[in-house]
Write a new protein. Structure first.
Length: 442
């Protein structure tokens, strides 16, 4: 998974400007008014072949009594808790303030790796003055100018040096443990399912949406398979989260749980049906390349007629076409109906996500697919697939060497994916197809 890097500091030190420059597009709103960035904003960054997720946060004002700024501070604290590395940004022009000292104390208590970044070092003089920040006791400050893009390359190099080593793609959990995230909207029954699977009231359950605010890990072993269940706060639509509610601070934790899981169970409230927010959560799981099972909960509460289950299943796949590879279960966490199949299905989709196909067998399937449907052509040139290989798993990724990657139309890529699924399964896991130009082999 991608490591998380949080940018924190007091208001108006240039965090959002830095974020926008590094990400490469204007994502965060930039104004001179302190407190403009109220929500955490995150985006993936790639540097020297490695990737991480950068989190922009609102300014931390440790002593404020303003309600909105207090909420912003709590959001930043949540980002600190979930981050693998923290960039503590200060203002090289303004020098050290009491708020900088308070934030530094907060970071020391967090016991997370910290890089001190002295922003707005636009001139050599300010570059030299950044040494004053040694007083904060956080090692050497990195002088940068986000506006003028000075020193950002050196800082990004330093970030990569301090990030945890990236796991080899496809190696899984190493010891065979399956980290399973239980995700979904508030009040879909996530905590009830975790309690049912554990056989104990390990997680607080309430009818009030938003009861679970942190990602909570619980371990269990079933038939020799070790699981770590990650119960998460419900993910709600942004407009549905009240400014004063702690639910808004749960979103990043839930996203972080998806990032660090091996597989996810998306819980859908049977009475509510598939909602826009369910689709967004499923999309996030797919984008992160995680194995997925869908659990329609509270199935016992519906009045059902013959054929209701299959009709409901068809509707789920109609609403979630992009994850139609995910198995759908119909359960009741309250009564225990079919909950025993959840872990079994989670293990199946995990195994499918880690499946490797021998190169010879893979190319036979690709050749059969190309013979059944001729590759597309444009401007008198036809796509030619020389050969394919599978470099990684979790998710299974297939590299196609072709004469012209621009000829690999999306519709034909989808066709190839469907043929690979028909030949090899891959139930419950995304499949990635990558096309690369290569001279025709002799």
């Amino acid at each position: 998974m991608k490591p998380l890097v949080a940018v924190v500091g007091r208001p108006n030190v240039g965090k959002s400007t830095f974020f926008n420059k590094v990400v490469g597009r204007r994502v965060a709103i930039v104004e001179d008014t302190p407190g403009v960035t109220r929500d955490r904003i995150y985006a993936d960054v790639e540097w020297r072949g490695r990737s991480f997720t950068l989190i922009d946060t609102g300014g931390i004002d440790p002593n404020t009594s303003d309600a909105l700024l207090s909420q912003t501070r709590r959001q930043a604290e949540t980002a600190i808790e979930t981050a693998d590395l923290i960039l503590f940004m200060v203002d090289a022009r303004g020098g050290i303030t009491s708020d900088d000292r308070d934030v530094a104390d907060m970071l020391r208590r967090a016991a997370k790796p910290v890089l001190l970044v002295a922003n707005k070092a636009d001139t050599p003089g300010l570059d030299m003055e950044s040494v004053d920040f040694f007083e904060l006791g956080l090692d050497d400050p990195f002088p940068v100018s986000s506006t003028n893009m000075l020193g950002l390359g050196d800082l990004l190099d330093a970030i990569l040096e301090r990030l945890p080593d990236a796991e080899e793609a496809g190696d899984g959990g190493g010891d065979g443990t399956i980290h399973l995230a239980i995700v979904g909207k508030p009040n879909a029954g996530k905590s009830s399912l975790v309690n049912r699977l554990l056989g104990a009231e390990r997680v607080m359950v309430s009818e009030v949406p938003g009861t679970t605010r942190d990602a909570i890990d619980s371990e269990l072993t079933v038939d020799g398979q070790r699981f770590v269940l990650i119960d998460t706060a419900g993910i709600r639509r942004k407009r549905a989260v009240d400014e004063d509610s702690l639910e808004r601070y749960s979103v990043l934790r839930a996203i972080a749980a998806i990032r660090r899981c091996d597989a996810a169970v998306l819980m859908i409230d049977a009475a509510a049906g598939v909602t826009e927010q369910d689709a967004k959560i499923a999309g996030l799981i797919s984008e992160e390349g995680k194995a997925l099972a869908i659990a329609v909960n509270k199935w016992d509460a519906l009045e059902k007629e013959t054929g209701t289950l299959e009709a409901y299943r068809r509707n789920v796949y109609e609403q979630l076409k992009f994850v139609s590879y995910a198995p759908t279960l119909f359960i009741s966490a309250r009564t225990g109906q079919r909950t025993g199949s959840v872990l079994e299905t989670a293990r199946t989709v995990y195994q499918q996500a880690h499946k490797r196909i021998a190169t010879g067998v893979l190319n036979e399937a690709v050749n059969d697919a190309a013979a059944a449907m001729q590759p597309p052509a444009a401007s008198g040139r036809r796509l030619r697939i020389y050969y394919a290989t599978q470099p990684t798993v979790a998710p299974p990724t297939f590299l196609f060497f072709v004469n012209d990657e621009t000829l690999a139309h999306f519709s034909y890529q989808r066709y190839l994916e469907n043929q690979l699924r028909k030949a090899f399964g891959f139930e419950g896991t995304p499949v990635r197809l990558v096309f690369r130009n290569r001279a025709r082999p002799e």
